[in-house]
Design a protein around this ligand. Structure first.
Ligand code: FAD
Length: 410
């Protein structure tokens, strides 16, 4: 079998892979990305957080993203029955970007991958990694679009295979998520929401089901007059609805009066309606000899706070900083310098996700008389600044959130 060599091999050209590639190219590394699909390709995960802009900028990809014409986003709106509240991310506690975009991932991921290519990374589409061997000289077996198999050997390998979870599966690194299994049914609709309907296209809308606190909908407007629309619930709830996926999604959306009003003129069928179940995942270790896991190939929590792409970028940034030190001849402690700092922020998101599904976080955000300084700190987390330890809700997430939940419970 033919053997090729590269310095850094990246599996997957999603957000984690492309941003890692761009950062590593800035260091002058030779980077090869193997991507099993042809881009552009559909992916879910369309609402970005302002924190993610810092990584896009650091990777040299800001102009590519800005010029792509995605929907501007400055916050999040939450509705449950008669109650509603809005967070403008520019009111956050942490310094840094307060705005971002809502993106069709087919286009966004392609923009990032083309940006990485422009910076000198090689991207091979429709090259699927079939097998991987970690070690001092990690290597993978690849199938080309023509069906030929070949081997790549690298100095280091980054698994950015997302929900493909290549190395976790091959190396038996999978460990169960501590969240219950949930599923999502989603699509894109041409929404035709009238300008006077009280719907802010610059914000993601998160709607809690009127009767079930752990069932929620997303409405993510795009710049082309369409919205991404989805519902998240435990499988037992989703299975109660009969018919095809479109009928089931329409029936569940029909249970919320505000969404029904907003979407009364919506055209369906822009994209097929899809269902995905059991996406939360974890691993025993985020790194090993000659490799590290980025983005969803490591841990995926839950979609409710739109944190997935931000975490994917953060993992790319931490891994590329470790590799820079490795090539400078320093000893890298991947646990101390990659896994622990990454998991710090993930842990903050995790606690917020738990509080969301238990209902405590919803009591906090819908509280009629919030304290502005605390709201700014909560806003920071919603904007993705989950690694900013100056924020007491990051430094002491568990204790602070518990106290706040108790205060708002009455
Ligand atoms: P991916 O984007 O999955 O990219 C992985 C790439 O690897 C793919 O292109 C794939 O084709 C390729 N690949 C896989 N296996 C192989 C192989 N063997 N060989 C070669 N290539 C391979 N996140 C947000 O930030 N905002 C949101 O609003 C949001 N909403 C979500 C809603 C739902 C219902 C779900 C489930 C997730 C949501 N997410 C959201 C999370 C988001 O989808 C992911 O966190 C994000 O896509 C992770 O990026 P990634 O680069 O790690 O992986």
């Amino acid at each position: 079998m033919k053997i090729e060599k590269t310095e850094i091999l990246i599996i997957g050209a999603g957000p984690a892979g492309s941003v890692a590639a761009a950062l590593l190219r800035q260091q002058g590394r030779q980077v090869l990305i193997l991507e099993r699909e042809q881009f552009p390709r559909f992916s879910i995960g369309e609402s970005l957080l302002p924190q993610s802009m810092e990584y896009i900028e650091a990777a040299g990809l800001l102009q590519d993203v800005v010029e792509a014409g995605f929907q501007y986003k400055n916050g999040a709106a939450f509705v449950r029955g008669e109650r509603s509240t809005e967070f403008d991310f520019r009111d956050k506690f942490s310094p840094g970007w307060g705005t971002t975009y809502q993106v069709q991932r087919a286009d966004f991921d392609h923009v990032l991958a083309k940006g990485a290519e422009r910076m000198g990374a090689e991207v091979r589409y429709r090259h699927e990694v079939l097998a991987a061997m970690p070690g001092e000289v990690p290597q993978v077996t690849v199938r080309s679009p023509e069906g030929e198999e070949y081997i790549i050997q690298a100095d280091f390998m980054l698994d950015a295979s997302g929900f493909g979870r290549l190395l976790p599966r091959l190396l038996k690194l999978e460990s169960p998520s501590n969240f219950p299994v949930r599923g999502a049914i989603f699509t894109h609709v041409r929404d035709h929401i009238p300008a006077d309907a009280g719907f802010d296209r610059n914000k993601i809308l998160i709607t809690t089901h009127p009767e079930h606190v752990d069932v929620w909908y997303w409405t993510i407007p795009f710049s082309n007059g369409c919205c991404s629309l989805g519902v998240v619930a435990e499988p037992a709830f989703l299975e109660r609805y009969r018919g095809g996926e479109m009928e089931r999604l329409q029936a569940i959306v029909g249970e919320d009066p505000n969404l029904t009003r907003l979407l009364k003129n919506a055209e369906w069928g822009v994209l097929p309606v899809r269902q995905i179940t059991g996406y939360s995942a974890n691993v025993k270790s985020l790194w090993g000899p000659g490799y590290a896991l980025l983005g969803n190939a490591g841990e995926f929590l839950d979609p409710v706070f739109s944190s997935g792409v931000t975490i994917a970028f953060k993992s790319a940034q931490l891994a590329s900083a470790c590799l820079q030190r490795k090539y400078a001849g320093e000893t890298v402690d991947w646990e101390r310098d990659f896994a622990i700092p990454l998991r710090d922020g993930v842990q903050t998101f995790r606690r917020f996700v738990e509080a969301w599904y238990q209902g405590g976080f919803q009591k906090i955000i819908f509280h009629p008389d919030p304290q502005p300084d605390i709201r700014a700190m909560i806003c920071s987390i919603l904007a993705g600044y989950a690694w900013d330890k100056r924020n007491p809700y990051v430094a002491e997430t568990e204790r602070r959130l518990r106290v706040l939940e108790q205060l708002c419970a009455g």
